[in-house]
Design a protein around this ligand. Structure first.
Ligand SMILES: [Zn+2]
Length: 318
């Protein structure tokens, strides 16, 4: 199956979760008002039975959707390399999807950042033969107790076997299956350890959670994320791509440069609107009531972050 830029591919990723989204307020500051259970627990439960969809992109790169964030897989005679591992309980379905791509052994896993919906599968992927590569702060967060206030969840330290062992600060490069893979850290954006992964031959850029295709993003202030950082990363992603580049977002359908531009514009416009209201001395409650995201909600508010929650996340960084 060829890569498409339509929405319906990426939406499948969320089928397992979508029934659990309550009143659209799920992943953000107002979560406690509507839901007692942390979304982390809810999402982990759903991941156990989530269907994994494999889509061949270009070259030997396939994307797996369905267990937390999107997973990119490069396969070939050197073995398999994964970008992100999804959620641990999805192991049977993710393993089956990997085996369906090829029988090449698992050799490497690159973590795009520390979040559970991308790195929770580290332990089994490592046990299956992969060395884990990550930005040093990803390891730091995984190795310690981290409380994410907006998820109402405290993550215990990950087991030692789940921790990345190949660490870098700003950039990492490797040759694998004929690709000269380039891994590059962003300035703090969605977290303080986000990285992009570029496959030059295939011209595929995996940007992870610095881009949610057609959805408002979560921003993790607990580990260094901010709206201004998200805007900077979105601009970087636009500059880094051409009209031919295939863009793998953390969540949502496989995307392109035009969609990165639309995402950047949405972030900038919402930030401006919220900032203007805040400068007028309005409280968060008053700003939410003024609906600064109204023009965007139909397009961007259909997943875990609704307009209200996104307004709160933007407000938090101003
Ligand atoms: Zn994330």
């Amino acid at each position: 199956m060829e890569a498409k830029n339509s929405d319906n591919l990426g939406r499948r990723e969320f089928i397992g979760m979508s029934g659990l989204v309550l009143a659209g307020t799920f992943f953000g500051p107002n979560m406690n008002l509507v839901q007692k259970e942390s979304p982390v627990i809810t999402i982990k439960k759903a991941a156990a039975t989530a269907k994994i969809t494999a889509t061949k992109l270009r070259g030997n790169i396939t994307v797996l959707e369905g267990s937390g964030g999107n997973i990119s897989v490069l396969h070939g005679k050197d073995g398999k390399l994964m970008v992100d591992a999804g959620i641990g309980v999805s192991k049977p379905n993710v393993s089956a999807a990997l085996n369906a791509i090829s029988s090449d052994p698992l050799k490497f896993l690159i973590n795009s950042h520390w979040h559970f919906d991308h790195a929770d599968g580290n332990e089994w992927v490592h046990a299956a033969g992969a060395k884990i590569i990550a930005q040093e702060k990803t390891k730091q967060h995984l190795a310690t107790t981290v409380r994410v206030v907006d998820w109402d969840y405290t993550f215990p330290p990950a087991p030692k076997s789940a921790l990345p062992t190949v660490l870098f600060k700003d950039e990492y490069a490797m040759k694998f299956n004929g690709e000269s893979i380039q891994v590059k850290k962003y300035s703090p954006a969605h977290t303080d350890c986000d990285v992009s992964i570029y496959f030059p031959n295939a011209d595929i850029l995996h940007v992870a959670d610095t881009f949610w295709n057609s959805y408002y993003p979560f921003i993790d202030y607990s580990t260094g994320g901010s709206i201004d950082g998200m805007i900077k990363a979105a601009k970087f992603n636009v500059e880094r791509t051409t009209n031919k580049t295939i863009v793998v977002p953390g969540h949502g359908a496989i995307g392109n440069k035009a969609q990165l531009i639309a995402f950047h514009e949405m972030l900038v416009t919402v930030r401006e609107k919220v900032s203007k209201l805040k400068k007028q001395g309005k409280s968060l409650t008053e700003i939410i009531a003024a609906k600064p995201t109204a023009a965007f909600d139909a397009k961007w508010g259909g997943f875990v972050i609704d307009g209200k929650t996104f307004t709160s996340l933007v407000f938090k960084g101003l």
